[in-house]
Design a protein around this ligand. Structure first.
Ligand code: ZN
Length: 348
């Protein structure tokens, strides 16, 4: 009896939750078309973010090259083809303009590639005489050619492209840059992190920060790598954490979710954080950014996460970081005024 009564109650509840409105039907084909359109928009938005991030990161990595143990070459372009976004969105990739032939999907304005006259959308015929194979290995094969050139005595790239019906042959002369690459992490979290080798900035942070603030954040994470704050074993576990989606980074407790908190042991010490801010601001100055802008990021993050204004676990408080940056900026200005080299005190 009790069971029957319960079932009756449940039945009523389910009925009450069911749809009752008579909505006009929509077309599944229209949904598929819209999916493709949204995927193409997502691809275009990603290129826009990469263009912005690469412009800032390139400038910071070149500025860091004199203080960085290992350097490489920077040209300021990215390659993509029909396979870059996986098999799941080939028609969207076509709509975004991609084909079987790899093309320059990002060319940073003012970069060595832009100065060589190359443009986004140019299709790669060959690099240093090597033609890309047809199919899914094309971009990887070209990247290998580029890496070989960068490791050789002559890092310049002889690039032949097709633009419309015109073939253009040019030479890109790359510039020296700190070897730590900077890339985008697809995450809504307002964060950035370093894994000892590379630097990652989340899409959430890209939305949040101005260009000047973003440059400081890239500088802070580069500084962690330059100063060797993360050893190889830790770097591996951090990469694992990154693949898991969340990792301790720039904003400490602020950016942490449960997963991040579980990885608390990986957090940098407060001294390492302060040190990364210190070197990071020097890199910011060397790259020609306004060093008074950098500290504003800590006020903005404080507004987002008031708990971090006076609570510190793994990172200094946002208030301490703001005040410290102001002091570092004064030291940098004194050196600028005296015409001295912009390098932090005590850097080996
Ligand atoms: Zn940090």
């Amino acid at each position: 009896m009790i069971v029957l009564l319960a079932a009756a109650v449940l039945g009523i509840a389910v009925a009450a939750c069911g749809p009752t409105l008579r909505r006009p039907a929509h077309d599944n084909y229209a949904v598929r078309v819209e999916q493709e359109r949204q995927q193409a928009l997502a691809i275009a938005a990603e290129w826009e973010r990469l263009r912005r991030l690469d412009a800032i990161a390139g400038r910071m990595r070149m500025a860091a090259s004199g203080l960085c143990a290992e350097t490489t070459w920077w040209s300021g372009f990215r390659l993509a083809d029909l396979y870059s976004y996986g098999d799941f969105m080939p028609s969207a990739s076509r709509r975004a303009g991609l084909s079987e032939v790899p093309e320059l999907n990002v060319v940073v304005p003012g970069s060595p590639t832009a100065r060589a006259g190359l443009k986004e959308g140019d299709s790669i015929l060959s690099i240093n005489g090597a033609r890309p194979p047809r199919g899914k290995e094309a971009v990887r094969s070209l990247m290998e050619t580029i890496v070989r050139a960068y490791r050789s005595a002559d890092p310049s790239l002889r690039i032949s492209v097709l633009r419309g019906v015109r073939t253009i042959d040019t030479v890109v002369t790359p510039e020296v840059a700190c070897s730590h690459a900077v890339d985008l992490a697809r995450s809504a979290e307002t964060n950035a992190f370093a894994d000892g080798v590379n630097v990652f900035v989340t899409t959430g942070m890209m939305r949040f920060a101005t260009d000047g603030e973003l440059a400081f954040i890239v500088g802070h994470e580069l500084a962690h790598n330059v100063l060797g704050h993360i050893d190889a074993t830790r770097a591996n576990s951090l990469i694992g954490a990154l693949l898991g989606g969340v990792i301790e980074g720039l904003t400490g407790a602020y950016g942490m979710t449960d997963t991040g908190a579980a990885l608390g042991g990986l957090a940098f010490s407060q001294d390492f954080e302060a040190e990364a801010d210190y070197l990071g601001l020097y890199l910011h100055a060397r790259a020609g950014y306004d060093i008074d802008v950098a500290k504003e990021i800590w006020r903005k993050l404080a507004i987002e996460s008031p708990a971090n204004i006076d609570f510190a676990l793994t990172h200094p408080t946002t208030a301490e970081r703001f005040v410290a940056l102001d002091v570092y900026a004064k030291e940098i200005r004194r050196k600028q005024a005296a015409g001295r080299t912009l390098a932090p005190e005590g850097l080996r």
